[in-house]
Design a protein around this ligand. Structure first.
Ligand code: ATP
Length: 508
């Protein structure tokens, strides 16, 4: 018996009159409700606009309309009544009122109405009377059942099945999370037909199918252009922290007694590699990266934004274990204190905070922010760690020059990196990259040699943000110094052992 099964049974037994089940998996939920109804020895009535109300196999007369269905419910003393796709009608004034009347009448009768729908729509008048349950997508044990069922079927047809036991199977099952039961069956069948086998090697195909699914939903973007730590100059402390947690989502870590990490907030000076780091975590931890633009969930209708937010988070959880990257998080939640948007922002924040606290499937949130002054305290408390990404110091700048010269097919040994770094004190990684690009343009158009002198000349033509926005950046650094962990420490300071630092700083 699943948790949801247990919960719904308890609610019905305790006399809850109106329950809203949010799910895409009508079949699975109807099957569960049929079990609940026999366990509680109650009749099960199922309504849809096409069939009207059905008890067992028997359609009941005059119940094709939503009003007809509610009148039938009113005439019964006991039972479990399931209304499918009722979100289309629930906001009609007559229906809202009728449901409220039913709730009053139900107080002393063993009757429960359950609305099943993929979309949550609840008129304000009913908010206090409805109990909402978000039905989770199938988890590992259910996926295991589905996989066994499908592979047994295909192996009888002579299709080769090569999914190892143990950790390999666990990984394969994890790659299926995020699909509904039916979608998982369809994906596995498609692979069997296309490839003539179902193998651990097919996890890439499953991931591609999942990308489609996420794209269809519209709020999240599957980010495939992930970076590696090798393309990030400096940030030694942050890299170490992340490297130590690379096994965070494994069974081994759980058995070892470690909790799953929840998230990381990267705050700091613009252009110093926060987004770059967020993208690299996915690569280092070998987990999918989902980019969540909070602005996309904002909807015009009442409650729509929260609904969208919940839906996006549910999808992310479905893909778990995954990295959920929220860019410039402060912009989304900056309006909270002035209350200028009728509370939508604070409700969105509430939804995110509750989810971060309670979600069951592993999703690691990486949020980036430039302006930490406007971030709500309660949000900051939800992260495992807050790192401050500052302007790069001398040795980091050398590394950044080396990385970007190599990226553009130049041999860094042909340049005086130390001199370049000395002359770019106060420059961000993004600004260093821009200097190299500008210098390359000079070489291309004016046919001047691309060398240290040319790059030095270009450094003089840029006013870095640390100068043009000195006050703001100084202020940011001052706040951060006392409150957050630094993403970089000069390697001469003995914070971590030499052994730890080996492999992080590349040596020529
Ligand atoms: P913003 O807050 O403005 O989004 P950010 O801190 O997220 O800035 P990124 O977007 O990560 O900065 O940096 C922009 C680009 O600058 C990167 O794509 C990368 O090319 C370069 N860059 C910045 N920092 C570094 C670094 N430490 N190492 C290598 N490249 C860097």
């Amino acid at each position: 018996m699943t948790d949801e099964h247990r919960k719904i049974k308890l609610l019905i037994k305790s006399g809850y009159p109106l329950i809203y089940l949010v799910t895409w998996e009508e079949d699975r939920v109807l099957h569960m409700l049929s079990e609940v109804s026999s366990e509680l020895k109650k009749d099960l009535y199922i309504w849809s606009l096409t069939d009207g109300m059905i008890k067992g196999d028997k359609p009941l007369a005059s119940t094709r309309t939503p009003v007809g269905a509610l009148e039938l419910i009113q005439s019964k003393d006991r039972g479990i009544f399931v209304l499918r796709d009722f979100h289309h009608y629930i906001e009609e004034p007559f229906i809202t009122r009728k449901l409220r009347d039913l709730v009053m009448e139900f107080r002393n009768c063993p009757r429960t109405v359950l609305i099943i729908s993929p979309v949550m729509k609840i008129p304000v008048e009913l908010e206090k009377d409805i109990t909402v349950i978000d039905i989770k997508l199938p988890r590992m044990d259910k996926m295991n059942e589905i996989l066994s069922h499908i592979t047994d079927g295909f192996s009888c047809q002579g299709i080769e099945i090569s999914i190892p036991h143990g950790e390999g199977r666990e990984e394969f099952l994890k790659s299926l999370l995020g699909f509904t039961g039916r979608e998982a069956e369809q994906v596995l069948s498609k692979i069997a037909v296309m490839e003539g086998r179902i193998s651990i090697e097919d996890m890439d195909l499953i991931l591609r199918e999942k990308e489609q699914l996420i794209r269809k939903a519209g709020f999240l973007e599957f980010y495939s252009k992930v970076e590696s730590f090798e393309h990030i100059g400096g940030l030694n402390q942050l890299k170490l922290w992340l490297k130590k947690r690379a096994l965070a989502f494994t069974k081994r870590a759980r058995e070892f007694g470690l909790p799953e990490p929840k998230g990381l907030l990267l705050a700091g000076v613009p252009g110093c590699g926060k987004s770059l780091c967020a993208k690299s975590i996915a690569r280092e931890w070998k987990k999918p990266l989902l980019h969540f633009e909070l602005g996309r969930v904002l909807g015009g209708l009442v409650g729509e934004s929260e609904r969208n937010m919940r839906s996006a988070l549910k999808i992310a959880e479905g893909v778990s274990p995954a990295i959920l990257w929220i860019d410039e998080i402060e912009k989304a939640f900056s309006g909270i204190s002035d209350g200028g948007d009728s509370g939508v922002t604070s409700r969105l924040l509430g939804t995110l905070l509750t989810w971060m606290e309670e979600h069951e499937n592993p999703v690691f949130v990486v949020a980036t922010a430039n302006d930490i002054n406007i971030l709500p305290e309660e949000l900051m408390r939800r992260f495992d760690e807050i790192f401050f990404v500052d302007l790069p110091f001398q040795r980091e700048r050398e590394e950044i020059f080396r990385i970007h010269l190599s990226k553009r097919h130049r041999d860094p040994r042909d340049f005086n990196l130390e001199l370049l770094a000395t002359n770019t004190d106060g420059f961000s990684g993004a600004e260093i990259e821009q200097i190299i690009i500008s210098s390359l343009y000079d070489t291309l158009s004016d046919e001047v040699p691309f060398n240290t002198d040319l790059i030095l000349k270009n450094t003089k033509e840029i006013i870095p943000l640390s100068v043009s926005m000195k006050e703001k950046i100084d202020n940011l650094r001052e706040i951060a110094m006392n409150r957050f962990r630094m993403a970089s420490v000069e390697p001469s300071l003995p914070v971590f052992s030499e052994l730890d630092l080996r492999g992080i700083f590349r040596k020529d």
